[in-house]
Design a binder for this molecule. Sequence first.
Ligand SMILES: Nc1nc2c(ncn2[C@@H]2O[C@H](COP(=O)(O)OP(=O)(O)OP(=O)(O)O)[C@@H](O)[C@H]2O)c(=O)[nH]1
Ligand SMILES: [Mg+2]
Length: 171
Amino acid sequence: MNSKTLLERIKSIFNGVVGLSPDKITQTVGLNIGKIDLSRARLNFWDLGGQAELRSLWEKYYAECHAIVFVLDSTDKERIEECKQAFERIITSDMTEGIPILMLANKQDVPDSLKVEEIKEIFNKISLRLGARDSRVLAISALEGDGVREAIDWLFIRLKRNQPNRPPIFK
Ligand SMILES: Nc1nc2c(ncn2[C@@H]2O[C@H](COP(=O)(O)OP(=O)(O)OP(=O)(O)O)[C@@H](O)[C@H]2O)c(=O)[nH]1
Ligand SMILES: [Mg+2]
């Protein structure tokens, strides 16, 4: 959820181009794609819609992805339970085994948003099912860009570390 804004932010930080302005961003129904080049590697992003009806599509990407970024709307306390279930389904799928998972606590610019520590607490029990993989919860604001570079840096290190398990695709 709210991952389109994040993808535009990632592109503007790493590609040096101005992304879509927030008012041009509409809810994701299909797939938004984006790519960035980082020290001789190309990272391809597939931004999937977060709405409940679209979640069954996520698993079609599991076999080919090298990492998963789960973007959480930290202001939406009412739907946190729903997010827990969606997250649990991802991490318990055989096809995501061992894959690094980064959870982003987005919208940290909003004063009353859930903080990383609170989110960790909420996802505490589920995280026992993460198995042997790299995972992390990081605070970001896709809107303002805070924490986005650090998030991608974390991701890149873990992608490299997980190469023996899921090798990159050479093109
Ligand atoms: N305050 C604030 N608003 C944000 C942030 N990121 C996204 N939003 C807003 O949240 C709303 C949804 O964001 P989108 O990026 O359009 O979400 P989306 O990826 O299309 O949503 P799904 O497809 O349902 O996952 C928009 O109004 C964004 O401007 C943020 O970091 N801070
Ligand atoms: Mg989206």
